[in-house]
Design a protein around this ligand. Sequence first.
Ligand SMILES: [Zn+2]
Length: 322
Amino acid sequence: MLKYLDVLKFVNHGNPEPAFKVVKTQEEWQAILSSEVFEVTRMKGTERAYSSELCSTFAPGLYACSCCGTLLFDGREKFESGTGWPSFTQPIDAHAVAYKNDRSYGMRRIEALCSICDAHLGHVFPDGPAPSGLRYCMNALALKKMEAKYEKSVFGGGCFWCTEAIFDELKGVVSVESGYSGGAIANPTYREVCSGKTGHAEVVQVTYNPAEISYKDLLCVHLSTHNPTTLNQQGADTGTQYRSIILVSNDEQRHVAESVIMEMQEGFDRPIVTEIRELQAFYLAEPEHQNFYMNNPEEGYCQAVIDPKLDRFRKLFAARRK
Ligand SMILES: [Zn+2]
């Protein structure tokens, strides 16, 4: 998460170079943008406060640059600032927005620009809500709202406290819920599942944006962050509830799962024993099991088991983290 000190570092030491840039002349931009959008994004204009209904829209969705379509903000980071401009506490990615000193109009402000096409978006201020403390005060004209089409997938790789903590950090993942699946009874409790008699596995249901991360990539992360070669066991946790499992919703997911396992087998000395099974139902686990790692970072299990797994994930998938 970016805080004001990070923004100041970008301003003072330069913004990271993006993988590519979109470069056009002012004439070329003028030809493809409406005059209002051109005035704000290419001439550093400011729209009138409360001039757009985007200020008071808080439905889920993503916000992209009006000029080049790069994703800039997630609607979940949007808040009511009372300023009359759409306001966010965080960009969708640490490098999505670039920052510059702006001394215009006798003020000292930090200008926020699209890092790909240098569109002027607005300004960023250090008076936003916790935890980032940032307020991205944006021109609605610089943003276009994308309808979110989220998908869900369910899989297990041992204790769901671990799997949830890992997927929570992955870019493109909107939410992660811990629960039970793959067994015989409806609405099982944690105690019943732990008895090993229900046939359920501890799993997570991952809601993700396929525009940002594919099902295949989710499975690659999943198979790389637990041991898919130990039957009914992850480390010291043993029992069928800890089995490695992918619950597929359709034939396409099944094909992807089969081919990912085949591809990844080469990286393992022993056969991958991950079960692929049709998803019948996902049962949400009890509230105390949701966000367990986030809520109990000092817990012995979190420090002994989850911290090392997260470290490994963070090294392996540094570029895919939020
Ligand atoms: Zn742009």
